[in-house]
Design a protein around this ligand. Sequence first.
Ligand code: SAM
Length: 224
Amino acid sequence: MNFEEKRNRLVDNLIKRGILKTPAVINAMRKIPRELFVPEDARSSAYMDTPLSIGAGQTISAPHMNAMMCEYLELKPGDILLEVGTGSGYHAALCAEIIAPENSEQRGHIFSVERIKSLAETAIKNIQLAGYEDRITVIHGDGTLGYPEKAPYDKILVTAASPSKIPKPLKEQLRDGGILCIPAGSKSFGQNLYVIKKKGNKFETKSITGVRFVPLLGKYGFNS
Ligand code: SAM
């Protein structure tokens, strides 16, 4: 079975499990070659529904988690998105395909912050290989500070587990009506995925499911 066949089989399975629902998210999952975003020796496992090591002690999340977070963010063409934790760049590419589809006049954009320089550099290469460099800006830095230069954001995606549900800078940089999707809890066990909607100065918080993410490290994250 080639990569495309494996990718389609994985997507069919995520639809069957009720995780993938929205046509734009399904299309993105069918289109983005996950094998380009994992180290060469892990390519044969690219379409297993599991996290994979990407070096520097970090992981690319399992595809069902990418799918779930994209669905909960209610992404739409034209959205301006902040991602905290670029990792491999795969999740950013999925989001880019949804918020700035080819041939659409609505040009959404992703500002994605990664604290580990080598990963940020590899992610930039991966994103170029997949052809999304015009829709994603990767920034090396501490994403717990957000990226105030381009705020406010329609959506914020955090892909590492935070000690608090809404780190203060992200609270301020989410626009009114915007959605934040974030895993939060303890450093390794006992984390939940939260979807938080900003309504005026209120934040409506919904707990989705138990999850396991690498820790969010930084000024408004865990210390080390
Ligand atoms: N979204 C990624 C992908 O598609 O490959 C997976 C991200 S991985 C589960 C979490 C990432 O968050 C790691 O690359 C880690 O270095 C990064 N991270 C942790 N704390 C961070 C911070 N304060 N700012 C930016 N990135 C951070």
